[in-house]
Design a binder for this molecule. Structure first.
Ligand SMILES: Cc1cc2nc3c(=O)[nH]c(=O)nc-3n(C[C@H](O)[C@H](O)[C@H](O)COP(=O)(O)O)c2cc1C
Length: 201
């Protein structure tokens, strides 16, 4: 069982990374193989809308997203972590989510993976990030696990919130338990449209 944590913070060893690491460590103690991918210091462009991935399942943009595709596909569970920047997720987190557009093909997708969320902020805007990430889960048939929301401003300040650190560990353990249930979305609902317009005529 593999659990991947993705930090969308540009700040290395910040609050988001600290909480993801706590979750991953707990998951590892339950027997999961864990890995942290941090976007800090990496170049991850937004999707350029070329739509070549509709046919290939692959993105042509050669940047630091490329190694993440293989990690995403190999994972049984994924923890998306983001700080709140200007009342929602960071642009790095949004870019990563945009670029997963390429993983929407029958043979290359995120379906049936278990998703957890960690959001950190100074004071305001966590719900905006949370709802967008959970909606992303629904549309990709990623089974949602719990979230952890932390209010901490300075680098690593979240370590001063012991209940929050415990909750992060619990998220990691919960993900292991959910993955063990081997939940599968029914295949008959694959590629079903939920929103209608000219693209569904
Ligand atoms: C550019 C920028 C914008 C931010 N915008 C918000 C915001 O809108 N709401 C908020 O509560 N905190 C905001 N913060 C504070 C961060 O969310 C907070 O410090 C968080 O813990 C950072 O996580 P990290 O340590 O993982 O990078 C902002 C920080 C920066 C640098």
């Amino acid at each position: 069982m593999k659990i991947l944590g993705i930090s969308g913070s540009p700040r290395k060893q910040g609050n988001t990374e600290v909480l993801i690491e706590e979750a991953l460590q707990a998951a590892s103690q339950e027997g999961a193989e864990v890995e942290l991918f941090t976007a800090a210091g990496k170049t991850i462009a937004s999707c350029d809308g070329c739509r070549a991935c509709d046919k290939t399942g692959k993105c042509h943009i050669k940047d630091d997203m490329q190694p993440l595709y293989d990690k995403l596909l190999a994972a049984d569970g994924i923890i998306f972590g983001t700080p709140v920047y200007m009342f929602t997720m960071t642009s790095l987190t949004k870019a990563i989510i945009e670029r997963t557009f390429a993983l929407g093909r029958p043979d290359r997708n995120l379906k049936n993976k278990v998703g957890g969320v960690i959001v950190t902020a100074g004071s305001l805007g966590e719900v905006s990030a949370l709802k967008d990430i959970y909606f992303f889960f629904v549309t990709r048939q990623i089974l949602p696990a719990n979230f952890v929301a932390a209010y901490a401003s300075g680098k690593g300040d979240v370590k001063d919130l012991p209940k929050c650190m415990v909750a992060a560990g619990n998220l990691g353990r919960q993900m292991v338990k959910i993955i063990q249930t081997q939940f599968r979305y029914p295949a008959e609902f694959d590629r079903t449209h939920m929103a209608f317009g000219t693209h569904t005529k």
